[in-house]
Ligand binder design. Sequence first.
Ligand code: BT5
Length: 238
Amino acid sequence: MTLHETAASTNQLAAQAAVADSIVVADHQTAGRGRLDRSWDTPAGTALTFSAVVDPGLADHDWPLLPLAVALAVADGVRRAAEVPVELKWPNDLLLRSPDGHEHKVAGILLERVPSAADPSHPLAVIGIGINVGLRSEDLPVQTATSLAIAGSGASRTEVFAGVVPALATVLDALRSGPGAVLERYRTECSTIGREVTVHLPDGEELTGTATGLDRNGRLLVGGRAVGAGDVVHVRPA
Ligand code: BT5
């Protein structure tokens, strides 16, 4: 594990090194990345920001299940370490509900596929995880964000890290032995399923309907269509 006081982005450093079973942690990221070139912003000393490089050992057609598996692991680790009722929004956002019932994002996940430094023909997964641990209301980068501290948890970044890393190893092992158990768990835990949603698809199209389930590849079923990528908005509180 390498710990940087400051890094542009742990995903960037981890992808550059591309060494399996390594973890890059930053006390502060100055150019944290979200999906689709968006940014992930956290003030120094308040968030857990790290990237784990793993060889998932999966067939190509199972790689789309990785973000879902990682989300399960992060939720599990956060629940154990911080004792807060974190919820999953498809595909890989972690939400906490405020007392008025509104959902706010407490953690995000960025998965990238990179060639291994040891054997460029072999792909590795860079699993970037950002968790808002100690941010106070005035630290939040966007109105839709929250933190474990705001939810009343006193868990430290180290405690949350120690909860998430073993959970990640466990879920990756489960996924390697077949998608069934991970899909089943995700279907049970994901608060998007059963809700009315609007999905903003990568091509700009919007799809509104009830999210009825997940297919074998982890795609969200909305109005009879299977959606593999997109940003989901939960239209109404559950
Ligand atoms: C994500 O993207 O949620 C993936 C975030 C991954 C961050 C980790 S930190 C360690 C590793 N190194 C990196 O450089 N990245 C990873 P996305 O679903 O695209 O969400 C991005 C959006 O979330 C932004 O456009 C903002 O609206 C919002 N956002 C930004 N910072 C946030 C924060 N700290 N908490 C909650 N929401 C935030």
